[in-house]
Design a protein around this ligand. Structure first.
Ligand code: NAD
Length: 280
């Protein structure tokens, strides 16, 4: 048996079409501002990709590329300016920041209504208490992939490997919201293989090549590969390629979850713009 591939491009294209239709109904142009500090090649590539898609669907998108030596206070000042600028709907600080910068107060400084990454504690709290808010793009994309391919979530056992604030924890909240039974595994989880074997849906979000092997996967499982590592210049996920012989559904890497993440950012920007402008 070979798994059906859950293709990020297919999901992203459908979402982009939907968002373009919603954009056409607006009487204003949403504005998204990126802040990138330094020249980390991955960050440069990520911001370029996000900026390109924003422009494609008609969002006004600006990139603030700041020098590596930017000070914490300067960054905070820029965020305060963007918060106060009524024309700005979304603010995204590309992570990771250089080591001398403390990302926590920076993310907390962003107006929660403009927090299109969904990392502000206000949005995190809203997510966990079941209120409307801005939700992190990668986990939201996982739900979007499941829905696009009409894969059921309710009552299923989801094992998420990785407990970061960016991916694992918000993914747990979102699957819980959809009535899944959620296990959240991490580096200190004992007997990961036995836990993963029970999963109907596996979310691998660690960044370790081939962490998930075919023996760990229940036949008919859905496997969502989020992790990214660079091995010999090639991008690989957390899931061993042979898992495709066992799982029923699998996101490819590359070409899976990453692409959907970027499209979800556009959805968040639209949502942020509509909600904030409606509330005056
Ligand atoms: P992180 O480093 O903050 O978290 C990694 C998590 O993995 C931690 O919670 C840790 O406990 C867990 N872990 C480490 N070793 C483990 C092990 N041996 N067994 C079980 N758990 C283990 O990383 P992150 O920001 O959550 O990102 C995770 C991965 O996802 C990275 O590779 C990142 O590049 C990738 N990523 C992909 C997308 C996408 O769109 N596909 C988006 C964001 C991040």
């Amino acid at each position: 048996m070979s798994a059906r591939l859950l293709k990020g491009k297919e999901v992203s294209d459908a979402l982009v079409t939907q968002l373009s239709q919603e954009m056409a109904k607006l009487n204003f142009q949403p504005k998204l501002v990126f802040i990138r500090v330094g020249d980390d090649p991955a960050s440069v590539a990520y911001v370029r990709g996000k900026n390109r898609l924003a422009e494609q669907i008609g969002i006004c998108s600006l990139v603030n590329a700041l020098p590596q030596e930017t000070k914490q206070a300067e960054l905070m000042e820029l965020i305060a300016e963007l918060n106060a600028d009524d024309s700005v709907d979304g603010i995204l600080v590309q992570l990771p920041l250089p080591e001398h910068l403390d990302s926590e107060p920076i993310l907390e400084a962003i107006d929660p209504r403009k927090d299109v990454d969904g990392f502000h504690p206000m949005n995190v709290g809203r997510l966990w208490t079941g209120q409307e808010g801005l939700v992190p793009c990668t986990p939201a994309g996982l739900i979007r992939i499941m829905d696009h391919y009409q894969l059921p979530i309710e009552g299923r056992h989801v094992v998420i490997i990785g407990r970061s604030n960016l991916v694992g924890k918000p993914a747990a909240a979102l699957f819980l919201r959809r009535h899944a039974t959620v296990s959240l595994a991490h580096s200190r989880t004992r007997n990961l293989a036995a836990l993963v074997k029970q999963a109907d849906i596996i979310v691998a979000a660690v960044g370790r090549q081939a962490l998930i092997t075919p023996e760990m996967v229940k036949p008919a499982a859905v496997v969502l590969d989020v992790g990214i590592s660079r091995v010999d210049g090639k991008l690989v996920g957390d899931v061993h390629p042979d898992v495709a012989e066992v799982a029923a559904h699998l996101t490819p890497m590359p070409g899976g979850t990453g692409r959907v993440t970027v499209a979800m950012l556009m959805q968040n920007t639209l949502q942020a713009a509509i909600v904030r402008r409606a509330s005056g």
